[in-house]
Write a protein that binds this ligand. Structure first.
Ligand SMILES: Cc1cc2nc3c(=O)[nH]c(=O)nc-3n(C[C@H](O)[C@H](O)[C@H](O)COP(=O)(O)OP(=O)(O)OC[C@H]3O[C@@H](n4cnc5c(N)ncnc54)[C@H](O)[C@@H]3O)c2cc1C
Length: 420
């Protein structure tokens, strides 16, 4: 008779941990998720505040992510897309640029916006065609260098880089100098070209709700922080010892490094996200507004309630503002600075906006300096009996968290089946 499998201990109930658990459950492998926080979902969190839906930071779902498509029911998420483009604030004026295939009506504005030359636009088209060729893995096999270096090598003008590409990509990788890996840049460019950027109607946490949906609730212990790990199990902060058939670390990069006792630290990229309520929205279309001036604190602004009306109560709008790379100023200073800048953008009405919340996220993403590894093929077993998924030694993002969770479960399954 076959021996019953020992429980797999999963540390962390973010997307990677939940995806790992779902795959184990499919093969009837017992598991226990230990989550330090009181709620599950990790960095994907949503608060509800007097009828407003507040995601923790500017988070969106890129619908072209293959693993998200596999695991999530997009229809039930009631996804609402942003326009495929941006409004760029430059020298006191707003300029709308958009993907001419998806928004042909914006073609004239796109061609005439002061963000570079006609050749720059042709280079963008060439870049889109190049990144869409071949598999996703191919992108991670290309030469890697900083995105800034890569853009210059492609021949983009400084105007195009500083006014459009830099504020856009700085907001994605939360790196104001875009020293981030060019592989990541090329991947992001591809994903934006292949699908929409969308908000779930009930907030980003709806993604987590779908993933946890059929997981047995007694297999997830929240408010349980793991202090250390060893090949047979974990030691909880309370001193309790738990043994299992394998341990899967599905924690943030810096915490995984700590638990593994790694000597190399994982650097963090953070953001501040400020939410305001207003009767009149500052823009009326579902675009991302970028700061193309190259100065100031504000990186970008969106009006989620224009994208998805459910984000604000009737008669009101929700405004989300992202600040990156500005150290340790206190909340009052951040709010005053942001209001001051946005008053230059949108006029005196900004003083009437009601501040709802400021989220200060220290570790939103890890640093992604070149070279980054290929996240489509990563070793999961780091030490005998200890497996790792999520961003540690890999690349962050919803796609990679979900995929690495599944792939790690599949390696654990292989090990368990070979031990029988
Ligand atoms: C503001 C913001 C915007 C983002 N925007 C996007 C985006 O637009 N598109 C995109 O693809 N990605 C985006 N991301 C990144 C994406 O959300 C993350 O890459 C992904 O959610 C990470 O999932 P994870 O499961 O690997 O890690 P996490 O979500 O960090 O989960 C790790 C879990 O482990 C728990 N944990 C940690 N230590 C312990 C311990 N010792 N014991 C027990 N539990 C522990 C934590 O509490 C947490 O719940 C964004 C992230 C942020 C914060």
């Amino acid at each position: 008779m076959k021996k019953p499998h020992k429980e797999v201990i999963i540390v962390g109930a973010g997307l990677a941990g939940l995806s790992c658990a779902r795959r184990l459950m499919k093969d009837d492998i017992p598991f226990l998720i230990l989550e330090a926080d009181q709620r599950i979902g990790g960095r994907i969190k949503t608060d509800r505040c007097n009828g407003f839906i507040l995601n923790h930071g500017f988070q969106v779902l890129q619908t072209a992510y293959p693993e998200a498509r596999r695991l999530l029911d997009y229809e039930r998420l009631a996804l609402r897309p942003f326009a495929a483009g941006a409004i760029i604030y430059i020298d006191g004026n707003f300029h709308r640029i958009a993907d001419p295939w998806r928004h042909p009506q914006a073609l004239w504005h796109t061609l005439t916006a002061p963000i570079g030359t006609l050749t720059d636009r042709l280079r963008i088209i060439r870049l889109v065609m190049s990144v869409r060729r071949g598999s996703h893995a191919r992108i991670f096999q290309n030469q890697d260098r900083s995105t800034m270096e890569f853009l210059r090598s492609c021949g983009f003008s400084e105007t195009m880089i500083q006014r459009f590409i830099k504020p856009f990509f700085a907001g994605v990788c939360l790196d104001p100098d875009i020293e981030t890996s060019s592989r990541v840049f090329r991947y992001v460019f591809r994903i934006f070209a292949e699908g929409a950027v969308a908000l779930p109607g009930e907030g980003m946490a709806a993604i987590v709700d779908q993933l946890r949906n059929d997981l047995p609730p007694d297999r997830i212990r929240t408010g349980n922080r793991v202090a250390s790990v060893h090949p047979e199990g974990v030691v909880m902060e309370t001193g309790e010892h738990l043994n299992g058939g394998a341990v899967v670390l599905a924690t943030e990069g810096p915490e995984t490094a700590r638990l593994l006792g790694a000597t190399e630290a994982v650097g963090s990229r953070g953001e501040w996200c400020l939410y305001f309520a207003a009767k009149e929205p500052p823009i009326t279309e579902p675009y991302l507004v970028l700061n193309g001036d190259g100065s100031g604190w504000v990186n970008s602004l969106t009006v989620p309630s224009i994208v998805a009306p459910s984000y604000a109560p009737a008669g009101q709008h929700l405004i989300s503002v992202v600040v990156i790379g500005h150290g340790s100023a206190d909340d009052a200073t951040v709010e005053a600075t942001v209001r001051g800048e946005l008053s230059d953008w949108f006029g005196r009405g900004v003083s009437q906006w009601r501040h709802l919340e400021t989220y200060r996220i220290g570790h939103a993403l890890p640093e992604q300096n070149p070279p980054v590894p290929d996240p489509t093929i990563r070793p999961a077993e780091i030490r005998p009996g200890i497996y790792v998924c999520g961003e540690y030694g890999s690349v962050p993002g919803i796609q990679w968290a979900l995929l690495s969770g599944r792939q790690t479960a599949e390696e654990v399954l292989k090990m368990m089946n070979s031990n029988r």
